[in-house]
Design a protein around this ligand. Structure first.
Ligand SMILES: [Zn+2]
Length: 107
C-alpha cells in the first residue's frame, strides 16, 4: 500500500534528481564556456603564428596582381584559394623570377 511516507520519499527522490540534473547542466554550460575560450585563444595564436610565418617566408600580401620583386604580371597560382577575415587570398608564383606572393582580394 502507498502511504504518505512513500509519497514523501518519492518527492524527495525526484527533488534530488532534479538538483543533480540542474547541477550537471550548469557544469556543462561552464565547461562549454571554458572550451570556447580555449578555442578562441588557440585560433588567435594560430592566426598570429600564420602571419608570423608568412612574414618570415617572405610572401608579401598585396592587392595588385604583379610581382613585388620584378613587377612581372606573369604568374601562376600555387596552392588553394583561402578565405580569411572576409578576404580572398591566392598564393601566386611569379612567372619570371619565381618569387612567391599572396594576392589579397575583397574587404
Ligand atoms: Zn618576379
Amino acid at each position: 500500500m502507498f502511504t504518505a511516507a512513500d509519497g514523501q520519499r518519492v518527492r524527495a527522490k525526484l527533488a534530488e534528481q532534479q538538483r543533480a540534473a540542474t547541477g550537471l547542466c550548469e557544469r556543462l554550460v561552464h565547461l562549454r564556456e571554458r572550451l570556447q575560450a580555449q578555442i578562441d585563444r588557440l585560433s588567435l595564436a594560430l592566426d598570429q603564428r600564420r602571419q608570423h610565418h608568412q612574414r618570415r617566408a617572405g610572401s608579401p600580401e598585396r592587392n595588385e596582381r604583379y610581382c613585388p620583386r620584378c613587377l612581372s604580371t606573369v604568374f601562376q597560382p600555387v596552392g588553394r584559394i583561402r578565405a580569411e577575415n572576409g578576404f580572398l587570398k591566392i598564393d601566386l608564383r611569379c612567372g619570371s623570377c619565381a618569387k612567391l606572393y599572396t594576392f589579397v582580394r575583397g574587404g
